[in-house]
Design a protein around this ligand. Structure first.
Ligand SMILES: [Mn+2]
Length: 353
């Protein structure tokens, strides 16, 4: 596995490239141009600048997360073709600097959803938390306001320009069924995958987080069956997965280790993190250690090892520990601990071979 670490860019992250380079076994950053509005073509000079910055610290920029998909594409509006053209041009440009994987998602409106970004755990650390009953009662606008107030920095997927038209967006999705969303995804893939293949970039779709419908919006990348369906929409190795153990793991019926074993050759990028799911379905993001959550991280790493996984891996999120001031879920400390846990499992399996 190739270990990488998400970095939000110069002046946009509490973690420095120097610190990332000091985590054992980390070879690259997972990045994006977070200031380019969704749907626009990424400017080449800004792409090259990130490469220069990362390379200075001996880190590569092979993995981009995310090139976000414009809502008009997900909605299947006539304007989607314009945004798909922009997407293709961005793929071409990313290929020029050696990018190998693009992560994206196909979730309507919200990229991911939590009700509390700093929920306290028993040991005094805090973590991202999802409380189902709150989602049932809260108006989506209120939640957006709360998330905005809780975080000093803009959270990925919660960009103001995307959410300022929230009421209009919800209205636009009113008549979009789950099957419509599948159709719109297929339309997008039919256009994008040949371009990705030509430029040797693997597209890795991120599962929906949480893996069930929220606020009445359809969700499709949620379980084994739907992932099978997704992969067969365009049966091409460049149509791949970002298999996120934390997102899928929020539904305890998802056996992530089994998914890794089944889909290994289509996984371009692995997000590895644990969650503790409570009996009522609420969940909190815990440390990576298997015993600390509901997801069997040991079995997942073992499954990747069994398949001699050569793709990219990142610790998805971490808790906020040791009083670190950081983006919610994206501190240095707990993610670095997660990496060492993964290496511990991997290296011991390697030695036993
Ligand atoms: Mn993830």
């Amino acid at each position: 596995m190739k270990m990488v670490f998400r970095w939000f860019g110069e002046g946009n992250d509490s973690v420095s490239l120097k610190h990332i380079g000091q985590i054992p076994g980390v070879e690259g950053v997972v990045w994006a141009l977070h200031d380019v509005p969704v749907g626009e073509e990424w400017p080449m000079d800004k792409i090259s600048e990130v490469k220069k910055q990362a390379n200075k610290h001996d880190l590569h920029i092979d993995v981009v997360e995310s090139v976000n998909v414009h809502e008009d594409i997900k909605l299947g509006l006539p304007t989607r073709d314009l945004y798909i053209e922009n997407y293709k041009k961005t793929i071409e440009k990313l290929a020029k600097v050696g990018v190998k994987v693009i992560c994206y998602n196909f979730m309507p409106v919200f990229d991911w959803l939590r009700t509390d970004l700093f929920k306290e755990l028993e040991d005094g650390s805090t973590a991202l938390f999802y409380e189902g009953s709150k989602i049932k009662d809260i108006d989506p606008m209120e939640l957006v306001k709360k998330i905005g107030e809780d975080s000093e920095l803009t959270m990925p997927g919660w960009e103001p320009e995307r959410l300022s038209h929230l009421a209009k967006l919800f209205d636009a999705y009113k008549d979009v069924t789950t099957e419509d969303l599948w159709d719109n995804l297929k339309y997008f893939l039919d256009e994008i995958i040949p371009v990705a293949e030509k430029h040797d970039i693997k597209m890795g779709i991120h599962p929906d987080d949480p893996p069930y419908p929220v606020f009445g919006l359809p969700r499709i990348i949620i379980n084994r069956e739907n992932i099978q369906r997704f992969l067969s929409l365009v049966d091409n190795p460049y149509n791949g997965l970002t298999l996120c153990s934390g997102s899928l793991g929020a539904n305890p019926n998802n056996d992530i280790g089994a998914m890794v074993r089944e889909f290994a050759d289509r996984i371009a990028f692995a997000h590895i993190r644990n969650v503790r799911v409570y009996e009522n379905g609420d969940f909190i993001e815990t440390s990576h250690r298997t015993q600390d959550g509901t997801v069997d991280i040991y079995d997942i790493v073992k499954a990747y090892h069994e398949n001699d996984f050569k793709g990219y891996v990142r610790p998805d999120h971490g808790r906020h520990i040791w009083d670190e001031k950081c983006r919610p879920g994206y501190g240095l400390n707990d993610r670095a601990l997660g990496i060492m846990y993964m290496w511990g499992i991997w290296d011991s399996l390697e030695r036993q071979k």
